[in-house]
Design a protein around this ligand. Structure first.
Ligand SMILES: Cc1cc2nc3c(=O)[nH]c(=O)nc-3n(C[C@H](O)[C@H](O)[C@H](O)COP(=O)(O)O)c2cc1C
Length: 408
């Protein structure tokens, strides 16, 4: 049995008086229906490469309901059964539904990958990644570059839907607004995806050019919601708190929200989101001791995820340290030691050096975290923007182009 002490401790310390939760409440939204799947709390953990593995997903889902998507897996690598891909699509026995995000640039490989997931009973939900802005992906026409080529996009989505339907598995699409403000694709892509049979679409309100800079465009999310009246639309971008999620729903009319960076180092956000969607005011405001317990437990769970390789698990947990302690008074020497931690015992020792009685720091622990930066040039295949159809060279490139990559 996992040790639930961290969760219990936080839940025992709501920030509002207990009687507040006894008032009758009105849910913000009805459950999210994705084909045969009902998600009672219409909240999705955004797929994040290098983050949303079984360990982190467990921490998040222990706090609240929702759909917890894995890290994206490349269709080609999956079909080739590369060990890292098989690790990425792992789910724990109690994880239901099992949600897998696929990245692919070519319909044939997409079909093989979806068929494999269906025939081997490895997923209950499949999301397709058309949002990745990293150069190594867009340079091959993949991720956020791909919906520009309408027929290719349609072909990938409809192949995935057709193969997935053999197992009654719903397919969704996650995308950005487009390549840049002059090459927006989201309204057209939303309609094509719907006509191809997806059960929902999620929009990250940024273009590829924006990467993670600026602010997500919630007006675009509303425009998509208004133009796709017959399937659920999910909004994504810059939800840092439960209040932000409520605001997004109210401003855009979306059927659910997708939360990425806001939960990095803060899996309890899913508890806040569930409370907010149920109309309850409780929010988690953990002190240092709960943060330490959660970080330690996260690290412990990464060890089995990496097949017992403690060193790899410690390398992985390092990137979470700054997120967990955002706003908490942790000295720079200790922070440096934590981000170079080598073993679980050392991590335990370092965390033990912190004053466990320190409470929640308030505002300093809130707000943006994780990737940000400035707009970036979008690297595209030659002549990609000239036409919305593939030319011969591009077609040949796509067939050879499945890349081994990660990131969104
Ligand atoms: C570290 C990191 C990895 C990501 N990996 C993926 C991915 O594998 N697939 C995907 O569709 N999006 C990926 N994304 C994008 C997120 O899913 C999400 O769309 C984006 O972060 C905006 O949401 P947010 O403002 O809530 O963070 C990634 C984002 C980050 C920060």
């Amino acid at each position: 049995m996992p040790d639930n002490s961290a969760v219990t401790e936080i839940l025992e310390r709501p920030t509002t008086p207990p009687e507040a939760s006894e008032t009758p409440v009105q849910p913000l939204l009805p459950p999210l229906r994705l084909g045969p799947i009902t998600v009672d709390t219409p909240v999705v953990l955004a797929p994040m490469a290098g983050i949303t593995n079984t360990a982190f997903r467990r921490l998040c889902r222990e706090y609240g309901g929702g759909l917890y998507v894995n890290e994206m897996v490349t269709a080609r690598a999956l079909v080739e059964r590369r060990p890292e891909s098989l690790r990425i699509i792992k789910h724990e026995p109690d994880e239901v539904p099992r949600s897998v995000q696929l990245y692919s640039v070519d319909p044939v490989t997409t079909g093989h990958a979806v068929r494999m997931l269906v025939e081997e009973d490895r997923a209950d939900h499949i999301d397709l990644n058309f949002g990745c802005p990293v150069p190594k992906v867009t340079r091959k026409g993949g991720g956020s570059a791909l919906p520009w080529k309408t027929k290719l996009f349609e072909s990938i989505v409809s192949t995935a839907v057709r193969e997935a339907s053999r197992g009654n598995i719903p397919v969704t699409v996650k995308m950005r607004k487009g390549i840049d403000e002059d090459h927006l694709t989201y309204i057209n892509a939303g309609k094509v995806a719907r006509d191809s049979g997806v059960v929902a679409v999620a929009l990250h309100g940024r273009t590829a050019r924006q990467h993670y800079s600026g602010q997500a465009d919630w007006d675009a999310i509303k425009r998509l919601r208004d133009s796709l009246t017959d399937i659920p639309v999910l909004g994504n971008g810059d939800i840092w708190s439960a209040e932000d999620a409520v605001r997004m729903v109210e401003q855009t009319g979306v059927d659910g929200v997708v939360v990425g960076r806001g939960c990095q180092g803060r899996p309890w956000l899913f508890g806040d989101l569930q409370a907010a969607f149920e109309g309850r005011p409780e929010r988690h405001q953990p002190g240092v001791s709960v943060v330490c317990q959660t970080l330690l437990r996260h690290a412990e769970m990464l060890i089995p995820y990496f097949d017992g390789d403690e060193r790899k698990a410690m390398q992985d947990i390092r990137k979470h340290v700054a997120w967990y302690f955002k706003g908490y008074p942790v000295g720079s020497k200790l922070r440096t030691q934590l981000v170079t931690v080598e073993s679980l015992a050392q991590l335990q020792d370092l965390l033990g050096q912190l004053d466990q009685s320190i409470g929640y720091p308030g505002e300093d622990a809130e707000g943006p975290r994780g990737r940000a930066g400035s707009p970036k040039k979008v690297h595209l295949p030659e002549d990609w923007l000239v036409d919305r159809e593939l030319n011969e060279d591009q077609r040949a490139m796509i067939q050879a182009a499945e890349v081994d990559t990660s990131g969104g």
